[in-house]
Design a protein around this ligand. Structure first.
Ligand code: HXC
Length: 262
């Protein structure tokens, strides 16, 4: 396992085998998503993608926020150019395209772009202290990093409309009740729980997990008939892997499988 590493804006640690925790670390600005912070996150995910020893990533925030969203100061300074900044948009696309399982451990505020970042993850676990919302309407804009598309898909039109048009901020328990969050925990158990979930996923066949993620993404993007095609292609790819042969052989031999990510 490589040593723990960090820079100013993003802290990286390897708590258990197979799992990387990336912590957004701009607490004095509630982890507002400056281009530099998004860039560091993108770079860390690019490295994690290539590192076969990392099989799942947990994303969390330091201080009292997961992230309070896009950097409002930069939007005031640069106007729409801040939003349309090609590098910023490229960072979002790269996070979206990250192929390995990504779990958001939402420790506090997940607002605007912070909530949209959590929704880019495959699962959201939240501390009881977490708060979710898309409050862009309060500053004269609307969610612009996927919120108007992903929130209705995740929680349905009624709750998405309520949250986006009122800017209401909801509790972790409400977010769980509407299906945005899979599980809530006491604040001091959040990382332990998210890490355990990531470790459980990391113990499974890693390539199958990536194929499954890819196929599930199609469920949001394509009509059913095309999504089923994507699923079939993914299964065909899974059949080509050594891990598939190992998994099925291990089952018949009544022993635990040893997955190597090949
Ligand atoms: C830049 C931010 C910020 C943000 C907080 N800060 N959120 N800076 N961008 N999104 C800064 C504050 O200015 C302040 O800096 C410091 O962080 C602490 O925040 P406070 O407001 O003092 O904390 P608190 O009183 O506890 O209130 C917490 C809060 C509030 C309720 C979360 O900060 C808040 O409402 N933040 C904005 C949330 C939001 O509207 N997000 C959506 C952004 S738009 P100083 O220097 O004063 O200490 C978006 C998408 C836009 O995400 C894309 C489409 C156009």
């Amino acid at each position: 396992m490589p040593p723990e590493s960090s820079n100013d804006l993003l802290l990286l640690e390897r708590p258990v085998e197979g799992v990387l925790i990336a912590t957004l670390n701009r607490p004095e600005k509630l982890n507002a998503l400056s281009k530099a912070l998004l860039g560091d996150l993108t770079a860390a995910l690019a490295a994690a993608k290539e590192d076969g020893s990392i099989r799942a990533v947990v994303l969390t925030g330091s201080g009292k926020a997961f992230s309070a969203g896009a950097d409002i100061s930069d939007m005031v300074e640069r106007g729409v150019e801040s939003y349309l900044d090609p590098e910023r948009l490229e960072h979002w696309h790269a996070i979206e395209a990250f192929p390995k399982p990504l779990i958001a451990a939402v420790n506090g505020y997940a607002l605007g772009g912070g909530c949209e970042l959590a929704m880019l993850c495959d699962l959201i676990v939240a501390s009881d202290a977490a708060r979710f919302g898309l409050p862009e309407i309060n500053i004269g804009v609307l969610p612009g990093d996927g919120g108007t598309q992903r929130l209705p898909r995740l929680v349905g039109k009624s709750w998405a409309t309520r949250l986006i048009l009122t800017g209401e901020i909801i509790t972790a328990a409400q977010a769980r009740d509407i299906g945005l969050v899979i599980e809530t925990t006491e604040p001091d158990r959040l990382l332990k729980r998210a890490t355990a979930l990531a470790a459980e996923i990391a113990s499974k066949a890693p390539l199958a997990a990536q194929f499954a993620k890819q196929a599930m993404r199609a469920a949001f993007e394509k009509p059913l008939s095309e999504g089923l095609q994507v699923e079939q292609e993914a299964v065909k790819e899974a059949f080509k892997t050594e891990d598939r042969a190992e998994g099925m052989r291990a089952f018949l031999e009544k022993r635990p499988p040893v997955f190597r990510g090949r």
